[in-house]
Design a protein around this ligand. Structure first.
Ligand code: AP5
Ligand code: MG
Length: 214
């Protein structure tokens, strides 16, 4: 099952993907997570992208496409994948079609989570993430049981560097300009499925399952 998740920053892509991959037995591939891991490890890639992420701008297409190409060729993608945060430009979407063709695969579902800008800013400024296992919380909608600690592993919760209000607004503008056209790209291919991302996590996940299970 080859799936792409689309939607503005804070739409819930990571939250839904993390739950769904457990049910579907396929990997969750988040380019944002890959870039943040690179920054944290201090690798060459991390040094290249650190400032770009901080400002909420897009990493250049060639660099992003090459890491996705390498990742999709791995054995664990044999039964499918959920791509979260890629493609983010029409050129990335075209490149994905090429990569999948080369691998003898096809994209089946482009699922678009529709959420308003107000909800996005509210969700992101209250987001906290576990440093250890990556579980995503929200101080208002999905709070941890103990302040500052992960329910699952006890790890410390932190706020992403690009989750400050002014950077969030910049990310939203970048999304509208560069990523919104990708939605139309998949509509033309008859692969687009729109889900109301403003309802609760469980109901959004149920709706995605309805789509992919027909
Ligand atoms: P990335 O990490 O992909 O960030 P994003 O797309 O801006 O999306 P987010 O991770 O902020 O939001 P999400 O939709 O995953 O929401 P979440 O589940 O966390 O990218 C970061 C940066 O990397 C980019 O700015 C760019 O620089 C670079 N980059 C990445 N990919 C790239 C590419 N392809 N090309 C170029 N550059 C790239 O949920 C948000 C909050 O809401 C959480 O607190 C959660 O608990 C809560 N929540 C979620 N769903 C619900 C719900 N239904 N009800 C109530 N609360 C909810
Ligand atoms: Mg995310």
């Amino acid at each position: 099952m080859n799936i792409v998740f689309l939607g503005p920053p804070g739409a819930g892509k990571g939250t839904y993907a993390k739950e769904l991959v457990k049910m579907l037995g396929i990997p969750h591939i988040s380019t944002g997570d890959m870039f943040r891991e690179a920054v944290a490890s201090g690798s060459e890639l991390g040094k290249k992208v650190e400032e770009i992420l901080k400002k909420g701008e897009l990493v250049p297409d060639d660099l992003t496409i090459s890491i996705v190409k390498e990742r999709l060729a791995k054995e664990d993608c044999e039964k499918g994948f959920i791509l979260d945060g890629f493609p983010r430009t029409v050129d990335q979407a075209k490149a994905l079609d090429e990569i999948l063709k080369m691998l003898n695969k096809k994209l089946e579902y482009a699922i678009y989570f529709e959420v308003s800008e107000d909800v996005v800013v509210q969700r992101i400024t209250n987001r906290r993430v576990c440093k250890n296992c990556g579980k995503i919380y929200n101080l208002i909608t999905l709070p941890p049981k103990v302040d500052g600690k992960c329910d699952v592993c006890g790890g410390e919760l932190y706020q992403r560097e690009d989750d400050k209000e002014e950077v969030v607004k910049r990310r939203y503008r970048v999304y509208m300009e560069n990523t919104y056209p990708v939605i139309e790209y998949y509509q033309k291919q008859n692969k687009l499925f729109t889900v109301d991302g403003s309802s609760g996590v469980d109901s959004v996940i149920k709706e995605v399952l309805n789509i992919i299970r027909g």
